[in-house]
Design a protein around this ligand. Structure first.
Ligand SMILES: [Zn+2]
Length: 302
């Protein structure tokens, strides 16, 4: 049985696991706060080396998959940009290959999550699908004709579609979807308008359910904006399914509200199936494992 190490490097947490290739049984997992350093690419590569070393206690590792956020050019092996991790043009694949004693696949976290949802989760059976995690930001993994559409890491920036409002986005532009509809934006806007601090967007959803008028307005703005963003996605690429990820969609009927609003806004466009992601925060890790398996080519057995 071949073992694959999978590492999902996030802005705050590194999630890692060991999977059996073929059965995808998880043999080990661990989490660590993401390392910081003067050279952020080197700091992360050194941490991945240590994490894979720990994972190897589960048995000899045949290949590793490592995924990172931001703009990622997999073909070149370079992490172009991540505001959270603070790197620009970090040669991650090379930094990892120098440190890990096994073949390493390097990829993009959201794309890997989309691959995992397509293989094991809510996008199963759809050749044209979008995986849209809504968290601190909003991005999309695009699967077109059964293949990820990457454009050297520049495609899928759904969070920066202009949905027509005047708020400033972290990217420097105004009107961006994620500046009004990300989980972070929902929590921030609620606190600004109500004066009440909250721990996250789910608390705003709970406040809305309890009859809070400010929460109602903030959540409704997010629903309208998400539907507008998805309308553009549907008009341009016509995915058969859109898989929405993030804790926000696990409660409160938010997905159904976005679905209804989107349905009302479509005229001739094919209406996609909207689904909740099924793999939760393991999607990126499973996707990293899939990339490691792809690197090895077809399995000899199973
Ligand atoms: Zn933006």
């Amino acid at each position: 049985m071949e073992l694959l190490a999978a590492v999902d490097v996030g802005g705050t947490t590194v999630k890692a696991a060991v999977y059996e290739r073929g059965s995808w049984t998880r043999r080990a997992r661990l989490r660590r706060p993401t390392a910081r350093g003067a050279d952020p690419g080197v700091a992360v590569a050194e941490q991945v080396e240590a994490v894979v070393g720990e994972l190897a206690e589960a048995g000899p590792i045949t290949a590793a998959g490592v995924v990172v956020p931001g703009v990622v050019d997999e073909a070149a092996g370079i992490a172009r940009f991540s505001a959270n991790l603070g790197w620009r043009d970090a040669p991650l694949r090379e930094l990892l290959a120098e440190r890990l004693p096994m073949p390493v696949a390097f990829g993009h976290d959201v794309t890997a999550g989309g691959l995992a949802e397509h293989r094991f989760g809510a996008a199963r059976g759809f050749a044209d699908a979008a995986f849209v995690p809504v968290g601190t930001g909003i991005a999309a993994a695009l699967l077109l004709g059964g293949r990820p559409h990457r454009a050297a890491g520049h495609a899928g920036e759904l969070g920066h579609l202009d949905v027509g409002h005047s708020r400033r986005c972290g990217c420097g532009s105004t009107g961006c979807l994620e500046a009004i509809a990300s989980a972070g934006a929902i929590a921030r806007r609620y606190t600004e308008q109500s004066g009440r601090p909250v721990t996250g967007a789910r608390e705003v959803l709970a406040a809305e359910a309890a009859g809070d008028a400010v929460a109602r307005e903030v959540v409704e703005d997010a629903v309208v904006a998400l539907a507008a963003g998805l309308r553009a996605l549907v008009t341009l690429l016509a995915p058969q399914a859109v898989v929405l990820g993030g804790g926000l969609f696990e409660a409160g009927g938010l997905l159904e509200r976005v679905d209804r609003r989107l349905g009302e806004s479509l005229v001739f466009q094919r209406r996609p199936v909207l689904r909740r992601a099924e793999l939760g925060d393991e999607a990126g890790c499973l996707g990293a494992g899939l990339l490691a398996a792809q690197l090895l080519g077809p399995a000899v057995s199973a």
